[in-house]
Design a protein around this ligand. Structure first.
Ligand code: OGA
Ligand code: NI
Length: 346
């Protein structure tokens, strides 16, 4: 029997968390066949090895001129759909605490983590994508999802009680994060020639929803064959992400997949589908995926900032005219999400 088959069989008895599969795989130095991506997706084949361009950096304290800052953000959102922010205003210790408590959660015994297991059909909770994708393949990642804002959306049942300061660390991060997301939406509005508040208002204003995901990518014996998160654009308005120090984010640009070089302490901002739609395609949501590491666990903390489900999203009327037609349908965010999650046309 092939090693990979015996790994599959020995795990079939337990909940199939990738973390557990990873321990067995490390011993066998092989991965189960359902984690081997088809060749056209394998990082070993498809990662660009030439000189990779670097994703744009925006320094919130660096530009004396606000107009210059806005044009940098707008150019990055238009040409890349992703940028890194330095001097973003979130204190380093606040980010470190967020990372520390998240890591501590994933290092808890399995039965403790299972107390937060996501129920079928609900977004929040600890889990692993159970169904295979269209090609019958799985992703090398476990995750924890929970809302962090607005208060009416928070269900503390999904916030780990261990470590004890998990809640405090997440609340603290959330406070600074909301200030940053507001600044970014203001700059993106100005970049479209619109008033400050237009984009924030169009994605829900006070009701904008902040959903935290913690990705835990265990060490993987075959990082050349597997993917953490497969190629996608985020369906959010924007996503604000901090990674740990293990590289893995890849961006698709100019027909190539290349590694995104992360500047230590920088915050990564992804333009999501809803901002692409509101801007009528002026800004682009970025196609991205993640690779995994042979020796180290990679972790990341994206916060998806998304409109409330009933909010209608479509190209802003200010950007549409007889010459510039709407390139996207206007629909409720929940309908957009339904089509995206079920891989239906929009
Ligand atoms: C995601 C994602 C990127 C990362 O979870 O949507 O794209 O760096 N994660 O982990
Ligand atoms: Ni993503």
């Amino acid at each position: 029997m092939r090693v990979a088959q015996s790994i599959s069989m020995s795990i079939s008895m337990e909940a199939e968390r990738v973390q557990a599969i990873a321990s067995l795989s490390a011993a066998a130095d092989d991965i189960p066949p359902e984690f081997v991506r088809p060749e056209h997706e394998q990082p070993g084949f498809t990662t660009y090895r030439g000189q990779a361009p670097e994703i744009p950096v925006v320094d919130l304290a660096g530009e004396a001129d606000q107009g210059e800052l806005v044009s940098r953000v707008a150019a990055a959102a238009r040409e890349w759909g992703i940028f890194q922010v330095v001097n973003h205003g979130i204190p380093a210790e606040v980010v470190r605490d967020l990372q520390r408590v998240g890591k501590a959660f994933f290092e808890l015994p399995q039965e403790e983590k299972e107390k937060y297991a996501a129920k079928p059909g609900s977004t929040e909770g600890y889990g692993t994508k159970l169904q295979k994708d269209l090609e019958g393949k799985k992703a090398w990642v476990d995750f924890l999802f929970h809302n962090i804002w607005p208060p009416a959306m928070i269900n503390y049942a999904f916030w780990p009680k261990i470590p004890r300061d998990y809640r405090k660390a997440n609340e603290e991060y959330g406070k600074y994060l909301r200030i940053l997301s507001n600044k970014i939406l203001i700059m993106l509005s100005k970049g479209l020639g619109l008033e400050d508040h237009v984009l924030m208002q169009s994605v829900g204003g006070q009701n904008l929803e902040y959903l935290l995901k913690i990705n835990y990518y265990p060490p993987c014996p075959r990082p050349d064959l597997a993917l953490g998160v497969v190629a996608h654009t985020d369906m959010s308005a924007i996503t604000i992400l901090v990674p740990n120090d293990v590289p893995g984010l890849q961006i698709f640009k100019d027909d190539h997949w290349f590694d995104a070089k992360h500047i230590p302490n920088a915050i990564i901002v992804h333009v999501g589908d809803q901002i692409e739609i509101l801007s009528n395609g002026y800004y682009k949501s970025v196609l991205h995926r993640t690779t995994v590491n042979k020796e180290k666990a990679r972790m990341s903390w994206p916060v998806f900032c998304s409109p409330p489900p009933e909010m209608e999203i479509g190209p802003l009327p200010q950007l549409v005219s007889d010459e510039t037609l709407a390139k996207y349908k206007t629909k409720m965010y929940k309908d957009y999400a339904y089509c995206k999650l079920n891989k239906l046309p929009q």
